[in-house]
Design a protein around this ligand. Structure first.
Ligand code: FA5
Length: 349
């Protein structure tokens, strides 16, 4: 067979092999076999020495033409194999765009958390530190350190849930006062702290009372801290949270750990002070208890009451939220109804 016939055969055979290749890998094998360094076309070139010199040019030309033809066909076969692979993948991973999408539920801040964050920022701005305390508290810190010895009748004001004989779910955030005072180095600085957190009481649930609620404790201890400092601070807090128009009042009260003691009321959001079911016809809603830290409490924490004095307050974050947002039942905060909670979405920062 002369070289021209061989080239003719190779043309047919090569084009058929290219066509038959079913994967990129087998196509590559065909490429190596036809146009590779040791492939069929190179073999033919090696046989040029047997060709009559006047025909060599023509053979060379034919070999080049055939190489170009193979290369073109290899390239287009490769393109169509890639395309087929993509199509097969698209078919296998088909997405039905007519199916309804899965909505992602993004939560929003709880209204009490919004108030807590806001008050934290407010107090941090006035130089307070934010401190945390345990929710399961010892009687020692929840009562004794706060001037409430065992069998003191005022313990009944805050009946709570006992975990064992000496431990209970804290009935107030005030134990964090005692814990922080004990540790503070008064030679370095005055103490200014707030402590937000959950508290528990055996109160009967109603529109303004819950057996679990949030308080934020505040404490300032230094030299020459007086009742007017407390009053000024509480007025700033009330104005910041409820605006200039809402009325506030301080009433004398009793807490074993402060003397004198006060409670602050804010005018009822519902009736504006006339009296209604929410404010139990008083026109006011109590939001916090406060007072000048009792000398016994300072002494118990190792602080000399002759040198240092302080004020403390414990505000109800739930009550703040009720008044701020005009919510008529505290139980809405704990019923996990997303329709209720979503109303506060725009309040987030
Ligand atoms: C106390 O708990 C004192 N520890 C506050 C205090 C701190 C006084 C520091 C002096 C110095 P009282 O029991 O009044 O006080 O509660 C404080 C606030 O918690 C109340 O004004 C009210 O806003 C809120 N609160 C009390 N009981 C409930 C309840 N059951 N549900 C919702 N909020 C309540």
């Amino acid at each position: 067979m002369d070289l021209f016939d061989r080239l003719k055969d190779l043309r047919e055979q090569g084009l058929a092999e290219i066509k038959e290749a079913e994967s990129e890998k087998s196509l590559n094998d065909v490429r190596v076999k036809l146009v590779g360094k040791k492939g069929d076309l190179t073999q033919i070139l090696h046989q040029m020495k047997d060709v009559a010199p006047e025909k060599r040019r023509e053979v060379g030309q034919k070999v080049n033409e055939l190489r170009d033809l193979f290369n073109e066909n290899l390239a287009s076969a490769k393109d169509s194999l890639i395309e087929k692979a993509i199509e097969a993948r698209l078919e296998a991973e088909k997405i039905d765009v007519t199916l309804p999408g899965r909505r992602k539920h993004v939560g929003s801040k709880h209204p009490i958390r919004i108030i807590q964050d806001d008050l934290e920022r407010f107090f941090i701005g006035m130089g307070y530190q934010v401190v945390q305390g345990p929710e399961i508290e010892s009687e020692h810190y929840n009562f004794e350190m706060l001037n409430l010895p065992k069998d003191h009748p005022a313990r009944d004001m805050q009946a709570t849930f006992y975990v064992d004989a000496d431990h209970l779910l804290r009935s107030q955030t005030s134990p964090v006062q005692a814990r922080t005072m004990e540790k503070h180095d008064f030679d370095k600085s005055d103490l200014k702290m707030i402590s937000p957190g959950k508290v528990y009481r055996r109160d009967d649930d109603d529109a303004t009372h819950s057996h679990q609620f949030m308080q934020m404790e505040g404490l300032v201890v230094g030299k020459n801290i007086s009742l007017s400092d407390l009053k000024g601070t509480l007025e700033l807090v009330a104005k910041h949270e409820f605006g200039q128009d809402r009325e506030t009042r301080l009433r004398p009260s009793y807490f074993p750990f402060t003397e004198p003691s006060v409670e602050m009321d804010v005018s009822c959001f519902e009736c504006g002070g006339k009296g209604c079911a929410i404010c139990k016809n008083t026109g006011w809603i109590e939001v916090l208890g406060a007072g000048i830290v009792h000398p016994n409490v300072l002494s118990a924490a190792g602080i000399d009451p002759a040198v240092y004095s302080g004020f403390a307050f414990g505000l109800g974050l739930d009550r703040f939220a009720i008044l701020k947002y005009g919510i008529d039942d505290i139980r809405d905060f704990y019923s996990d109804d997303v329709r209720f909670l979503q109303q506060f979405r725009q309040e987030e920062d």
